[in-house]
Design a protein around this ligand. Sequence first.
Ligand code: GN1
Ligand code: MG
Length: 355
Amino acid sequence: MTLSTIINSFEVEGNYISSETIVSGYINTTYKITTSKSSYILQKINHAIFKNVEELSQNIIRITEHITKKVSDKNEFVLKVIPSKSNNGFHKDSEGSYWRMFNYLENSTTFEVLESKEQAFSLGSAFANYQKLLIDLPEPNLFEVLPDFHNTPLRIEHFKNAIAVNFENRKENAQEEIDYLLNLTSEMGEVVALGNKGKIPLRSIHQDAKLSNILFNTINDDFCIIDLDTTMPGYLCYDFGDAVRTGMNTAGEEEKDVSKASLNMDLFKPFAEGYAKSSRDFITKEEIKTLVLGAKTITYEQAIRFLADYLNGDIYYQTSYPENNLVRTKIQIALLKDIIEKYDEMVEYVLTQYK
Ligand code: GN1
Ligand code: MG
């Protein structure tokens, strides 16, 4: 199946000229497609993870249409789904693979590590703004395409199962990390417990609020949030937390030198300011109190997810070398330790932003 055949199943303008692979994320496979008239993003959807592509596509169409309606018509820097000729949001090829297309946003760039305080402010503001835009998404609720996605206690169960799987006796290489993470289990269920008690509401949030999921415009200060697959009901602090995990870490997720990972307080401050600026008119007092808890919980959760995948034999995340998931775990643990160290300072700073 060639890419030029695939794109003929979509409503694209012009004739196929070329394609290039874009390294982005661990789940789907992404290409930039150039035609004689325009450029597009083509993605092969990871069907092993996203089992219900129909619901996934419906969510993304609803979200992108809602956001397009709410931002100015003149704004070209928004994500749009390119309809397929048969199924609307996606195309299933003769080999059973699922594909989808988006417009390609010209003059855009992503970052693995933040480069300035201004970018940190934008990151905070961008995800709060995304959450705000979704508040009046017309009923019904978005499909929960990956149920229990940030259910940390359940993730802990999966982690324990993976320890029992112990693929190729990998436990031997990871005993220190396993022990450290198991020791923390009792304090990582707090967000879910607050939600179950009704103290914090479920809202439509991004749930993969990584720094690399923001396209920054290179000619003005605009930005666009991408990778909307996991946008579904969850708690605000998950997005705040994921943005801290990926944007305020002095090391990128793929860094191999563990000593480089830490929480950058100089970036956390403008990030918290940006988040507060765009969330202050909808966030509740209880939610404000959970934001930094979200950073700790999500960083912990990511550490056990990477380690579980290592112990299961790398069946979930794409890897490029055998110890990749273990090294990713070590980076998350180093960051987590620093978040725990700076926790009180972070909480205090967040609280002052909402005064
Ligand atoms: C995955 O799609 P991608 O690669 O940005 C994962 C996130 C993790 C992330 C780790 C559907 O995101 O939950 O936080 O890797 N997405 C899914 O960086 O599992
Ligand atoms: Mg994603």
